[in-house]
Write a protein that binds this ligand. Structure first.
Ligand code: RB5
Length: 143
């Protein structure tokens, strides 16, 4: 499985560690930056990641910013994206099971790195439940 990953300056440390972690687990990882702790604007990396997921160039995406909100807001402007914010393991599971999030967003300034790996494991290892949840996600796009 190919995973695209991005962050702003607030998420560089966790993103760098998570890339090694995912590679170690056998995932292919495409890094969309940033790789610097210098202040930058999260939409500049969020949009390229979203486009890669929409085009099928990567299977899933992971994004970090300080609160997670800027990334989630930017990513969710793309019609093919369901970016879900998770800050604990249970939400990491539910954001796949109920919302079928194709991009997982985490708030780097508010969770530990141990929590990051726990959330990522939960999200990757959970299947979308479908059924009533499919009906609900079908109603998300503005017609
Ligand atoms: C950067 O200081 C911060 O605003 C950003 O990482 C994020 O939290 C925005 O939503």
């Amino acid at each position: 499985m190919k995973i695209g990953i991005c962050c702003d300056h607030a998420g560089v440390e966790y993103k760098t560690k998570l890339i090694s972690y995912l590679l170690g687990k056998g995932y292919e990882v495409i890094n969309f930056g940033t790789d610097s702790s210098e202040s930058m604007d999260y939409p500049d990396v969020a949009h390229p990641l979203a486009e890669a997921v929409e085009k099928g160039e990567v299977d899933l995406g992971i994004a970090f910013c300080g609160t997670g909100n800027g990334m989630a807001m930017s990513l969710n402007h793309h019609p093919g994206i369901r970016a879900g914010l998770a800050w604990n393991t249970e939400i990491g599971k539910l954001v796949k099971e109920h919302n079928n999030a194709n991009i997982l967003v985490m708030p780097a300034r508010f969770i530990s790195y141990n929590m990051v790996t726990s959330i990522v494991r939960a999200w990757l290892n959970t299947e979308f439940a479908g059924g009533r949840h499919q009906r609900r996600i079908d109603k998300i796009p503005v017609k």
